[in-house]
Design a protein around this ligand. Structure first.
Ligand SMILES: *Cc1c(COP(=O)(O)O)cnc(C)c1O
Length: 455
């Protein structure tokens, strides 16, 4: 007899994982190394240490060590808001009339409202350990900046955030949360950096992009003594920290002898998805198990499904190392859709390689169907989801409906990465019937890819 499964599966405090899992150790084809944009040679640790914290550089380039101990200070911080619940979506299953069992891992139970705090606290910790004064970063939708400002205030570090101008204006309350935690927030492009002044001169009145804000934050880090740059997604170190999500999920499922059939996550830069799936993808890499793993992208920014797997710039100003990834081209400016956190032109090199190896599959969904799913979910399961998270909800619901047709009781697990309280402007557009779908043409994508470096 299988055990009765509660609405929420919590781990006990002593069951919170104390190591992060590095899936690269088990990957047969390793993700390609970061390259120096000038020499096209793999970046050496010393070169990366000018931009990133030392310990984080170690994590970034290590593709053989399977587990990293989580420092005690970070474990203790995790205890304030973790373990996050794994919820059995009984109400949703009933509403859909599906025989499928649906589970979601909810990462929105902290003030920053998303999974990003899992990596922010780690990055702030290593910056403090190194004796730095502070860190700089960019934020698009604002979740990363919020998480980082919380983490920095905990360790008494200065936090300078370059926030994409359009979102600085659209999300004034995100900005105030960051300021409450002591961060300084500058709309990007700004007049504080050379690259910002140049972009403002070239494109007067521009509302900015993530790629521009990254260039500004990197310049700010490298021109101030005692500062380093930190990034909230894409990098392998961020995926490593986010494996706390997948390790907890696996431990919770194991407690009830549940084996997932399908695992679903939204994919922007790939950090929550990579973190959720790592332990499962690792089993697949080792040939022990088989799962269906689905990455969900917005149709307006389809890097895995319609991009090209190649080396590309990570930012508009082309100051960052080159990364091999599925990309739409670093000049790709997605239509102003509302899933702000999913608008990056590239994808984590780990997720890219897993996708190329057929371990991860990918699909796209349109904005209006995403909000439709978000609204349903809010009404049935009670949680008002972030638009990013709702991409995963949409596909989980679709898969559950397929089970209804076939009568299969599959176990579907998805990542619910955050809450949508700061996205009410987007919900307003949806409620007013003013939301539209944008799908780029093949020509648009080809034109953007033409500007990738020739490697
Ligand atoms: C940033 C963000 C995402 C997307 O980022 P990934 O690195 O792809 O995980 C998804 N959901 C929420 C709530 C976010 O804040």
């Amino acid at each position: 007899m299988s055990k009765e499964i509660p609405y929420k599966i919590y781990l006990e405090e002593k069951e919170i994982p104390t190591k992060w899992y590095n899936v690269r150790a088990d990957m047969k084809n390793k993700p390609a190394p970061l390259l120096n944009p000038a020499t096209k040679e793999p970046m050496k640790a010393e070169e990366l240490e000018g931009v990133f914290c030392k310990e984080l550089v170690k994590q970034e380039i290590d593709d053989t060590t399977p587990y990293f101990d989580i420092p005690e200070e970070i474990v203790n911080f995790y205890k304030m808001y973790r373990p996050s619940p794994l919820v059995r979506a009984y109400c949703l299953e009933k509403e859909l009339g599906t025989p499928a069992h649906i589970y979601y891992k909810f990462e929105g139970n902290n003030t920053s409202g998303s999974h990003k705090l899992n990596s922010a606290i780690a990055q702030a910790y290593y910056a403090k350990e190194q004796g730095l004064k502070g860190v700089t970063t960019e934020t698009g939708a604002g979740q990363w900046g919020t998480a980082l400002s919380m983490a920095c205030s905990y360790f008494n570090l200065d936090c300078q955030v370059y926030m994409v101008k359009v979102s600085y204006e659209q999300k004034p309350f995100r900005r105030e949360v960051m300021r409450t935690y002591g961060a300084s927030v500058t709309p990007s492009p700004s007049m504080l950096t050379n690259v910002g002044r140049k972009i403002n001169e070239e494109f007067p009145g521009t509302t900015g992009s993530l790629g521009c804000a990254i260039s500004e934050a990197v310049e700010a880090a490298t021109t101030q003594e005692g500062y380093r740059y930190v990034l909230g997604s894409v990098l392998s170190q961020v995926l490593l920290h986010q494996t706390i999500i997948g390790l907890e999920t696996k431990a919770a499922l194991d407690k009830y002898d549940v084996t997932p059939d399908i695992i679903i996550g939204c994919a922007g830069g790939g950090s929550n998805l990579g973190g959720l799936i790592s332990p499962f993808a690792g089993e697949m890499c080792r040939g022990e198990k088989n799962y269906r793993i689905i990455a969900v992208e917005p149709a307006s920014c389809p890097s895995l499904t319609r991009g090209s797997y190649r080396y590309d710039f990570c930012d508009t100003g082309k100051v960052c190392p080159l990364a091999k990834m599925y990309t739409l081209g670093s000049g790709y400016i997605p239509a102003p859709n509302h899933a702000g956190g999913l608008r990056y032109h590239g994808m984590s090199s780990i997720v890219s390689q897993l996708y190329d190896d057929g371990i991860v599959e990918a699909t796209t969904v349109k904005q209006t169907e995403v909000f439709d799913a978000a609204q349903k979910f809010a009404r049935i399961e009670g949680i008002l989801p972030a638009p990013e998270s709702a991409h995963a909800i949409k596909v989980a619901m679709d898969e559950a409906m397929k089970c209804k047709e076939t009568g299969e009781a599959k176990n579907i697990v998805f990542g619910l990465t955050g809450t949508g309280y700061f996205d009410m402007y987007a919900y307003k557009q949806f409620n007013d019937g003013e939301m539209s779908d944008y799908i780029p043409s093949d020509e648009e994508i080809a034109a953007s890819l033409a500007n990738c470096p020739n490697i």
